[in-house]
Design a protein around this ligand. Structure first.
Ligand code: 13P
Length: 252
């Protein structure tokens, strides 16, 4: 059985004051009781990882952990502005998002670079959350499965059976921040296609890997999405900024 995992991606949002409020509100809410066997995390901007790590240690709920939004493909050295996986590990990160479409589009990240980043996270004992997904144009021209298969194939080629220790996030670009959520069935169909592709490589890996959905997940659509057999949770952007909405999605 794959556990349901809900991860918030704060993107470039937050402040010392609002982070403290957020973590305290979410902790208090979660202390009231959560569905068992699930995992929850949130990915804060780099400068706030230390603060957020301390805040969740204070709240000490084993199922609420921390993640980062990116990681360097390099181990250490002269890479101004980059952050190494070993540093994220020291900040108590459990998850690292790699290959988010915003990084692919705004920072020209390639599938090869994304796989290198995933390897760095794995080597430091963290779980990479590898993002894939098609653009509106690619879907409108009927190439969505081909595009996502291409992205997954590059990860399989580099990561091989280490993929069993990764999460995949299907985030159709047209659904990110637009309010235009994929229907539960559309998302399920792509998740199924991804799992079948992984099974072509290794059936064990395919059955282990959690595949999260991301793109305009809100409290009112999370239940239907998470009920799908190949949707193992969500990667939540905008709605994760509001602690009450994040809690409601975690409870979905
Ligand atoms: P939204 O939930 O704001 O659409 O963002 C999704 C996302 O990009 C999560 O990584």
């Amino acid at each position: 059985m794959r556990p349901l995992i809900v991860i918030g991606n704060w993107k470039m949002n937050g402040s010392l004051a609002s982070n403290a409020d957020w973590v305290k509100t979410v902790c208090r809410g979660m202390e009231q009781g959560m569905p068992s066997g699930r995992q929850y995390a949130f990915c804060a901007p780099f400068p706030y990882l230390s603060q957020c790590g301390q805040l969740i240690r204070d709240c000490s709920l084993a199922f609420l952990t921390l993640g980062a939004q990116d990681v360097s493909a390099h181990t250490a050295g002269a890479y101004t502005g980059e952050v190494a996986a070993s540093m994220l590990k020291e900040m108590a990160c459990k998850f690292v998002i790699v290959g988010h479409s915003e990084r692919r589009q705004l920072h020209q990240e390639t599938d090869e670079l994304v796989a290198e980043k995933a390897l760095q996270a794995l080597d430091c004992g963290m779980t990479p959350v590898i993002c894939v997904g098609e653009s509106a144009d690619e879907r409108n021209s009927g190439r969505e499965v081909e595009v996502v298969r291409g992205q997954i194939a590059k990860q399989v080629a580099v990561l091989q059976d280490r993929l069993a220790d990764c999460l995949i996030a299907y985030e159709p670009i047209w659904a990110i921040g637009t309010g235009q959520v994929a229907s539960a069935q559309l998302a399920q169909d792509m998740h199924r296609a991804i799992r079948l592709q992984l099974a072509e490589f290794d059936a064990d890996v395919a059955s282990h890997v959690g595949i999260l959905y991301g793109g305009s997940v809100k409290p009112d659509n999370a239940v239907e999405l998470f009920a799908m057999p190949d949707i193992d949770g969500g990667l939540i952007g905008g709605a994760s900024l509001n602690p009450q909405d994040f809690l409601a999605i975690c409870q979905a």
